[in-house]
Design a protein. Structure first.
Length: 244
């Protein structure tokens, strides 16, 4: 994966590398980082689940041969839960059957056979990142993790978020059907030096405060941004995409 650094044409594209080969995983992460991308590298689907609950991911780079849940299953699951995300398969399995399955069953945007040229990998990711930025819907809210703010569609009012409100939204945004159990949501706050796991009562208060913020800027009669799912937890009912 050695190559001369190039200037990236995509601003802070965030890539998750899911690769069980530690050496290759580290080489890819270093190379993509040298191109100006923000890279999160994990070795399995389960490790990725922990990651996407807390971090914005623009593009997923997935190996088909993973321990536990396989790459194709992960690809399909991500496509269902994050339809706007980019998914690139990068694998040593280069048969036509694997290629067709990756596109048809997994919903991948691109298929790269190992060994892949470092320059080609960067170009594919950058091209996909540009397309994703252009396809952001006008009726979607815009979440900035850097500013911890949420802007209403079509340049509408901007909401200031607390750290916990941001974490809650990111978790719901990247969950299957945008729904998470109350217990899972409480656990989102269990990591980090400044945050601790919260009780279900505290979670209810957090959701109530966030709903009030939405209500101030949403049109009268609009569907609630977050609704309770009886016996489960909460569901995000509006479209939100990440902005840099």
């Amino acid at each position: 994966m050695n190559s001369e650094p190039q200037v990236s044409t995509v601003h802070a594209l965030t890539v998750a590398v899911i690769e069980d080969d530690q050496l290759l995983r580290e080489e890819i992460a270093i190379h993509l980082g040298s191109q100006g991308m923000v890279v999160h590298a994990v070795n399995s689907a389960s490790a990725l689940d922990d990651l996407v609950a807390r971090e914005r991911i623009d593009v997923f780079l997935i190996d088909l041969n993973l321990p536990g849940e396989g790459g194709l299953s992960l690809c399909s699951r991500l496509r269902a839960s994050l339809p706007q995300a980019g998914i690139v398969i990068c694998t040593g399995r280069s048969s036509l059957v694997d290629r067709i399955a990756s596109y048809k069953q997994g919903g991948a945007d691109a298929f790269l056979a190992k060994p892949v040229s470092p320059d080609e990998l960067v170009l594919v990711l950058e091209s996909l990142g540009r397309r994703l930025n252009k396809s952001a819907s006008d009726d979607a809210w815009s979440l900035s993790l850097r500013d911890r703010s949420l802007e209403a569609p079509r340049g509408g009012p901007k909401l200031a978020l607390t750290s916990r409100e941001k974490t809650l939204l990111v978790g719901l945004m990247q969950a299957t059907n945008h729904t998470l159990a109350s217990g899972v949501l409480c656990d989102l706050f269990s990591e980090g030096d400044s945050q601790q796991s919260i009780s279900k009562h505290s979670l209810e208060e957090l959701v109530a405060r966030l709903r009030k913020k939405f209500k101030v800027v949403q049109p009268e009669g609009a569907e609630p941004a977050i609704k309770s799912v009886w016996g489960v937890g909460y569901q995000l009912c509006i479209r939100i995409h990440f902005v840099h």
